[in-house]
Write a protein that binds this ligand. Structure first.
Ligand code: CA
Length: 398
């Protein structure tokens, strides 16, 4: 019931073209004392909050429980694909001087900084689709985390008030992460730096500010300059894998003594560095030994798959190869280029999947289920090599 007044007010739209939801308007109005206490001037509040309309779609996202869990190999195939590696290498060259200065200031290497940029916003191409203030105001007035989103809303208003952020065209994810680095507003407040020296910390309009702020984030999260994040390893038969996970640390020397070897065959000096064994797909898939810098990357988004994507992309940007061990699947994942090809093949068969954008959403999955069933494959709605090959072959035949 909490969303009723936010979802049902369209009948009033003709009479009240701006904020046509009385409950929402009353809620926003009721935020004034808290906003004032947070240091937001009345004129700032009025200018940016007046006439704001709620966006009920962000409440759906808040409550969305994905029915489809993305396997790690699909996740990585889309995030660390040839396009993102090529784009990242071009940007490393283009911003070489800037990245050198960022490294000197914060101690984080260019490849890691660019890898975060590539995963967070596809190098500044994807900032999100939701008007930021409307999203945060909606989540401040309905749903189960209102107190959290109110402080994010106030942080955004303060960034606008201070002149760091320009309010025009401000968009983000449904939850309020935005800009090149996809910081939440409170993180922005704590971490962002003005690296181009124009007096504003602008993570939307300034690449120097954004890249330096990413490096500052990693530095504050315990980044150790010149140290690796970790590496892929091979484990001998009988290696005790029961102790694994990011929290279960042993000295690196203990892992090596048990027979773990770098998968690329390069020698590894034993040390007392706290090291954790990661098995993202269990014993049958690639294994990794990870160190402190993996934790620093992890703190950016609190998911091991996410941290592994950034770490691996950074390695690829350095010229490293794909993982040595195969993922435990007979149906590997697709790059974004292949996903677009698959979507094009679905459209050619009359499916309405929306935009061909390389994002496999619910409509693409529904179409895949139909095609998989038709072709005698498991109708799981997953976009993998098997269905892509089958549709390609079918297209080639006269
Ligand atoms: Ca600046």
């Amino acid at each position: 019931m909490r969303t009723l007044s936010l979802l049902a007010p369209m009948l009033l739209a003709a009479a009240l073209p701006a904020a046509a939801d009385p409950a929402f308007t009353a809620c926003v109005d009721g935020l004034r004392p808290q906003a004032a206490a947070a240091g937001i001037r009345a004129d700032t509040f009025d200018r940016h909050m007046a006439g704001l309309a709620p966006d009920p779609t962000v409440l759906e996202s808040l409550d969305f429980q994905p029915e489809f869990r993305t396997p790690i190999w699909d996740y990585l195939a889309g995030l660390v694909d040839d396009e993102r590696v090529e784009d990242g290498r071009a940007l490393l060259a283009e911003h070489a001087d800037l990245l050198k200065r960022v490294e000197a200031a914060y101690g984080v290497d260019p490849q890691t900084v660019v890898a975060v940029w590539g995963v967070e916003s596809n190098y500044g191409r994807t900032f999100g689709k939701k008007p930021l203030l409307a999203s945060l105001a909606t989540l401040s007035c309905a749903g189960r985390r209102q107190a959290f989103f109110r402080s994010e809303l106030f942080a955004t208003l303060k960034l606008i008030q201070s002149g760091d952020l320009r309010p025009e065209g401000l968009v983000g994810s449904w939850a309020g992460a935005f800009g090149h680095t996809q910081f939440m507003p409170s993180t922005y407040t704590r971490i962002a730096v003005d690296f181009d020296g124009d007096g504003r910390r602008d993570l939307v309009g300034s690449i120097p500010d954004a890249l330096a702020s990413t490096a500052n984030y990693l530095k504050r999260s315990g980044w150790r300059t010149g140290q690796p994040w970790g590496r892929e390893v091979t484990l001998p038969e009988g290696f005790d894998t029961s102790v694994n996970g990011r929290q279960a640390r042993r000295p690196l020397s203990a892992c090596l003594a048990r027979g773990a070897k770098p998968a690329d065959g390069r020698a590894l000096a034993a040390s007392e560095d706290p090291t954790a064994l990661l098995l993202p797909a269990g014993k049958a898939g690639p294994a990794f030994l990870v160190h402190k810098n993996f934790d620093a990357i992890y703190s950016y988004n609190a998911a091991e798959s996410y941290a592994l994507a950034i770490a691996h992309l950074a390695d690829r940007l350095r010229g490293g190869d794909a993982f040595v061990a195969a993922w435990p699947t007979d149906d590997p994942g697709l790059s974004r280029r292949e996903r677009r090809e698959l979507q094009t093949l679905l459209v050619a068969r009359g499916h309405d999947i929306g935009e061909v954008d390389g994002m496999i959403g619910s409509r693409s999955r529904e179409a895949l289920k139909i095609e998989q069933a038709r072709l005698g494959q498991p109708a799981e709605g997953r976009a993998g090599q098997r269905i892509l090959r089958a549709l390609r072959d079918e297209t080639r035949q006269p």
